[in-house]
Design a protein around this ligand. Sequence first.
Ligand SMILES: NC(=O)c1ccc[n+]([C@@H]2O[C@H](COP(=O)([O-])OP(=O)(O)OC[C@H]3O[C@@H](n4cnc5c(N)ncnc54)[C@H](O)[C@@H]3O)[C@@H](O)[C@H]2O)c1
Length: 261
Amino acid sequence: MEKPLNQQVVFITGAASGIGLACAYRFAQEGAAVIGFDISEGEQWQQVSDITDKQQLIAGDVMSLEQQQAAVQHAVDRYGALDVIITSAGIGDAGPVHMVEQDAWQRVIDINLTGTFLSIKAALPQMMKQRSGSIITVASVEGQIASEGGSSYNASKAAVINLTKNVAMDYGQMGIRANAICPGFIETPMFNSVMDHMPEMKESVRKEHKLGRFGQPEEMAGIAYFLASKDASFVTGQAIAGDGGYTCGPSHDIVSMMGLT
Ligand SMILES: NC(=O)c1ccc[n+]([C@@H]2O[C@H](COP(=O)([O-])OP(=O)(O)OC[C@H]3O[C@@H](n4cnc5c(N)ncnc54)[C@H](O)[C@@H]3O)[C@@H](O)[C@H]2O)c1
């Protein structure tokens, strides 16, 4: 059974920025012990470590199983358990197939998909020992529905969703739940690095969010909070979109014509 958040031990990859950082902040505020893991130093991590003395950012690459195993072991040695993992480390990339070089394709698949696989692989032995745990992957709406020019990224995120469902099937009877968060377009450094160069596309993508705005990293942390809590104790194998309605269906701007804005 899920512990109260203030007793949980949480391992978060990609914790130095964006959605992972917001998750670290939220769980720290709830009183959880948070072990962050990131390849970048994370100038903003200080705001998390200022909350209590139960937060730490460990440097490492999700492509290394050994580094992730060591970080998980550190969490267990220090806090006695591993209750939640959130796999937010990831990279963006774009391009239709004929324009994507094989090494660029491989890099996206390596970090987004294989990295997630290795995070889960590092966490499972402890969760199996405990017979409890909540695995929360960060996929994307672009893994649920395709988007123009998104071949490698979209394929990696679709695979993360199916991997998550498989983990839910394989380990459910051991008390381990697994769910994927599928963010819409969320205002993070990754988002800004793409959108800042393409204002027209940015406006068109904004309109596809039926709430008429982009999401905030804190709103994804709220979904992770729910998935870690006892309120989600019967929720597993789900791909939960936090997307402001992006996946409802295509927008033809009829709401504007009808004065519904
Ligand atoms: N921002 C969005 O609109 C959006 C939408 C859908 C899904 N996502 C997904 O959410 C996750 C977080 O994205 P974000 O927007 O917060 O991006 P971000 O760039 O702000 O944060 C990603 C973090 O992952 C870390 N990272 C990258 N490669 C790593 C590696 N090999 N090992 C360890 N850490 C690594 C980065 O250093 C960074 O701190 C990603 O998986 C992304 O694909 C984001």
